[in-house]
Design a protein around this ligand. Structure first.
Ligand SMILES: [Zn+2]
Length: 263
């Protein structure tokens, strides 16, 4: 998760266990507009076998459907599923396997699934480097369902919900920038997965093109600092949100807080 950053450095800001593993969350987001209930990312899901999930050491949390239920949503309520990208820990929960018909179905039957066109075309042709992340059973059923909307460019996809397109982590990673009351929230996804990834060169080895990630983070962080945006972290086990400030070392976290303090 920290690429070439030595453990002596990252372990000061993100703790690991005796097996050298770190805890990460799969924090999805619900955004309600006047006429849409948008789910941003869907976690791993549960379609793969036990060996697969032993490898990712899935544990804890409410689960996608459980988490939605605890907040008063049924799968049928979701009008839109916004997938930042198609890596398995971001899109897997969007497709379920129906054991009686032995077929794949959308978890959210009434939803349009939004994926960037660049990411979709990249993922369906697959590549050696990301083969472990782009799983057919997570992706192809969406295309076959007729519920797929391909997003071509940066724009306001829903009222108050805009898209920033990135290419460093994987081509066509979409980062949502959301206006909520007088605030602007950025769901930083895999561009800045945890608060420990704020330094612009602290990046994941999963990134396909590190230099692009660095440039994209720098652009976003400068914009977020000047606009006083709130960052919402998808993978940080401990910190849900933060604001930013300029320090002698660069842009860093200012206030850290829980999502419930904003909404
Ligand atoms: Zn990813």
């Amino acid at each position: 998760m920290f690429g070439v950053v030595p453990k002596v450095l990252w372990s000061r800001v993100y703790s690991s266990n005796e097996n050298n593993l770190i805890d990460l969350t799969l924090r999805s987001l619900i955004v309600e507009t006047e006429d849409h209930v948008i789910l941003v990312d869907t976690g791993w899901g549960d379609k793969q076998d036990e060996k697969f999930f032993r490898h990712v050491n899935l544990h804890g949390g409410e689960g996608l459907i459980g988490g939605l239920k605890n907040r008063g949503y049924k799968p049928e309520d979701i009008t839109d599923v916004f997938l930042t990208h198609l890596h398995a820990d971001h899109c897997g929960g969007g497709v379920i396997r129906n054991e009686s018909t032995k077929s794949y179905e959308l978890t959210f039957p009434n939803a349009t699934y939004h994926v960037s066109r660049i990411q979709w075309e990249w993922a369906v042709k697959n590549n050696v480097r990301e083969a472990d992340s782009f799983l057919e059973e997570n992706i192809l059923p969406i295309g076959q369902s007729g519920h797929l909307n391909l997003v071509d460019e940066e724009w306001e996809l829903f009222r108050g919900f805009s898209v920033m397109m990135c290419y460093g982590h994987t081509p066509g990673l979409m980062i949502p920038v959301i206006k909520y009351k007088d605030k602007t929230l950025v769901y930083t996804g895999d561009l800045i997965p945890t608060i420990a990834h704020l330094p612009i060169i602290w990046n994941m080895s999963y990134d396909i093109e590190s230099l692009k990630t660095i440039a994209e983070k720098e652009k976003l962080l400068n914009e977020a600092l000047s606009g006083n945006y709130i960052l919402v972290f998808q993978h940080d086990e401990n910190v849900e949100c933060c604001t930013l400030e300029m320090t002698p070392k660069g842009i860093r976290a200012k206030d850290k807080f829980e999502f419930s303090e904003i909404c």
